[in-house]
Design a protein around this ligand. Structure first.
Ligand SMILES: NC(=O)C1=CN([C@@H]2O[C@H](COP(=O)(O)OP(=O)(O)OC[C@H]3O[C@@H](n4cnc5c(N)ncnc54)[C@H](O)[C@@H]3O)[C@@H](O)[C@H]2O)C=CC1
Ligand SMILES: O=C(O)CCC(=O)C(=O)O
Length: 473
């Protein structure tokens, strides 16, 4: 079995730990585990009158299904092993939520906060051109998306660069997801990862016997939580946990430090304050900790800890000080495998990353489908469904001799918009996947944690493809 400290080592360890429970032959397991293609590039970009050489990667972990899929990260911590770990997680993630892609991931080794938008555009376009040259991007080949340090703006540049090279491809918009809604994106992708994280936490909290084991009552309402990272994933997770789950945010960690208030912090107010002041540190009524103590957020007293920044933040060094009863892995790889051992021994419930943050790729799948169909979800049936529901309400009115008001009619007989359908598809996906994972754990008394159960499920699904398709030649 692999060692357990680093990110890629941890992912390999989690795979090796689950593999014996599948009963599959070693050769097949080896094929599922390895990264199929690793592409490292160095390309020049002219910035501020100087040539800068940029190091970048695209890793396609598994070609058992194509296209491959996964985000692009801009960070100065990017390295080959990190991208390999992230690409591997993508394959297991897609399998868990039945999204029909192989896993991939890209990384560009830059600190995006040090560059102007014009400079970032140059880097993004050149990186895309490198992928096009190698046939490593395209709607049926490999479809990137946002990850740490990138968002819809970068995805629009990628799409536009792809179009410049492949303007005659009718499905060109499907070459990348997470695009702005006005540029062939889908409503709901921006919030999707955070919304999926909330659905996953809610499912876990709704199982009374699991909550009893960790000394909590069932349901999300009133549960306290701490967020690490106020980027795309952290922000939407925080808002939706507060607004739809009735949960209470008590602490936050960001690059400038950490804040804590056991009575609760309103996330919307905090985000406004941080935007206006460039920092959250002097937010009213909180205990503040400076930049050098920012990791203390992970150790705050709370029911649910949500790491939503980077990998390997819970290590063997701080694991024994984590007080949360539930660790909800919104980020990819926040818990190193040796730290996980400590957390599980202390009876914590860990909701694993490659299930919990799969909302992003799920809605990316919806966006890709929208791009291939060239039509907004709901366009064909919204008015038809609305008409049928109005007929039904009119019938009930006649039968009961009671009139509904215009306001009531608007609520009852509303046809679904694109955002309603996307959220509904995402919710269904996260609920179904959670109970599939839990079922693996319940049915196998030797499996005591959700990560191993999820990994067993993922490996079994991927192996089914290999076994039914055979191995060529
Ligand atoms: N964007 C997406 O759709 C998805 C993202 N993820 C994962 O979620 C995590 C976060 O990604 P995004 O929110 O997209 O990135 P982002 O770039 O939007 O935000 C990340 C935030 O983390 C903060 N941060 C960095 N280091 C920190 C530290 N030591 N302590 C506290 N905060 C810190 C940054 O200042 C930034 O605000 C990553 O692990 C990513 O791989 C997973 C699935 C999908
Ligand atoms: O939306 C996608 O295709 C992938 C998002 C991603 O990079 C991830 O889930 O880690």
């Amino acid at each position: 079995m692999s060692k357990k400290g680093g990110f890629y080592e941890s992912v390999e360890y989690y795979f090796d730990r689950a593999a014996p429970h599948t009963g599959l032959p070693h050769g097949l397991l080896d094929q599922i585990k390895v990264c199929n293609s690793v592409y490292r590039m160095n390309f020049p970009v002219k910035l501020r009158d100087e040539v800068k050489v940029i190091e970048a990667y695209r890793v396609q972990h598994s070609h058992h299904r194509t296209p491959t899929k996964g985000g692009i990260r801009f960070s100065n911590h990017v390295n080959q092993e990190e991208v390999m770990a992230l690409a591997s997680l993508m394959s297991y993630k897609c399998a868990i939520v039945d999204v029909p892609f192989g896993g991939a991931k890209g990384g560009v080794k830059i600190n995006p906060w040090e560059y102007t938008p014009e400079e970032l555009e140059k880097i993004t376009r050149r990186y895309t051109a490198e992928l096009i040259k190698r046939n490593m991007i395209g709607p049926s080949v490999d479809v990137p998306a946002p990850d740490y340090g990138t968002g819809s703006r970068e995805m629009a540049w990628i799409y536009d660069t792809y179009r410049a090279f492949k303007g005659d491809e009718i499905d060109a918009a499907g070459c990348v997801t997470g695009k702005p809604v006005t540029q062939n994106g889908v409503r709901g992708r921006e919030e999707a990862t955070g919304r999926g994280v909330f659905y996953g936490i809610r499912e876990a909290c709704n199982v009374p016997e699991d909550m009893k084991k960790i000394g909590l009552s069932a349901g999300t309402k009133g549960k306290t939580f701490v967020l690490q990272g106020l980027g795309n994933v952290g922000t939407f997770t925080g808002k939706i946990c507060q607004e739809e789950g009735g949960m209470i945010l008590v602490g936050v960690g960001e690059v400038e430090g950490a804040i804590y208030n056991p009575d609760g912090i309103d996330i919307n107010d905090l985000l406004e304050y941080r935007k206006a002041n460039g920092s959250m540190l002097n937010y009213p009524d909180v205990q503040s900790f400076g930049k050098d103590q920012r990791e203390i957020a992970l150790e705050f007293e709370c029911d649910v800890l949500v790491p939503a920044a980077l990998e390997s933040v819970i290590t063997i060094n701080n694991a024994s000080r984590i007080k949360a009863k539930i660790i909800a892995e919104a980020a990819n790889g926040p818990v190193a495998a040796d730290a996980e051992e400590v957390l599980l021994a202390a009876g914590k419930l860990i909701i694993p990353d490659f299930y919990l943050n799969a909302g992003g790729v799920t809605v990316s799948y919806f966006e890709w489908l929208k791009n291939l169909s060239h039509m907004r979800f709901g366009r064909m049936d919204k008015r038809f469904n609305q008409g049928r529901m109005m007929d039904m309400v009119n019938l009930i009115e006649r039968m009961t001799n009671r009139d509904v008001t215009n306001e009531e009619m608007k609520i009852i007989a509303r046809g679904a918009d694109e955002i309603d359908l996307v959220r509904s598809g995402l919710e269904e996906t996260m609920i179904t996947a959670y109970h599939q994972i839990r079922e693996v754990m319940v049915m196998n008394p030797k499996i005591n944690d959700l990560r191993t159960a999820a990994m067993v499920g993922a490996i079994n699904k991927i192996s089914n493809d290999y076994m039914s398709l055979g191995i060529w030649p």
